[in-house]
Design a protein around this ligand. Structure first.
Ligand code: AR6
Length: 170
């Protein structure tokens, strides 16, 4: 089941929330800042122990003061025109998060629009990748069975809805 939700990802009732982090895993602005604020300072300590995360990969931590089971920190690519492996790297983020959720037995996972903020990925292209990867995973695997695309603004939510409808029509 795929849902589109408008609002703050830290308020969702799910097993996993995904953080759009950076390679240093030391916190930042945007959704990363919101997650660290809501989780409290122990999240930064846990991230420091991990040490970092390459672009396109994922690292997991507890969620501390956020009432979900796990935070998956993934690092999306910075958009530099699209010929520097950006689509493959963004695909990696979604694939690795979904595979880890399956391995950890997580039933539900919420994704923010990875790379669509300060990393400047064109939202239409990012949404296409996100929806494609999630649908491919749901066709293959029974877990996680619930995936939420959590958007901070209505324009982004509308892009996901359109992409989901386009896929259904195909
Ligand atoms: N809940 C859900 N979505 C949110 C929230 C929230 N609380 N806050 C922002 N968004 P961005 P990136 C949306 O910039 O482009 C950080 O500094 C936002 O509207 O957070 O992957 C990291 O440390 C946008 O659609 O992530 C990295 O350095 C989407 O989340 C860098 O930014 C992603 O925007 C990562 O940049």
């Amino acid at each position: 089941m795929i849902e589109v939700h408008l609002g703050d990802i830290t308020r969702l009732q799910v097993d996993v929330i995904v953080n759009a982090a950076n390679q240093h895993l030391q916190g930042g602005g945007g959704v990363d800042g919101a997650i660290h604020r809501a989780a409290g300072p122990r999240l930064l300590e846990a991230c420091r122990e991990i040490g970092g995360c390459p672009v396109g990969e994922v690292r997991a931590t507890p969620a501390f003061s956020i009432p979900v089971k796990r935070v998956y920190h993934t690092v999306g690519p910075v958009w530099r025109g699209g010929n520097l492996g950006e689509p493959e790297l963004l695909t990696g983020c979604y694939r690795q998060c979904l595979a880890l959720a399956r391995r950890e037995g997580m039933a539900s996972i919420a994704f923010p629009a990875i790379s669509c903020g300060v990393y400047d990925y064109p939202p239409e292209r990012a949404v296409e990748i996100a929806v494609e990867q999630v649908q491919a995973h749901l066709e293959r695997d029974s877990q996680p069975q619930r995936v939420i695309f959590c958007c901070f603004d209505e324009a982004m939510a509308e892009l996901y809805r359109q992409q989901l409808e386009a896929v259904v029509r195909r």
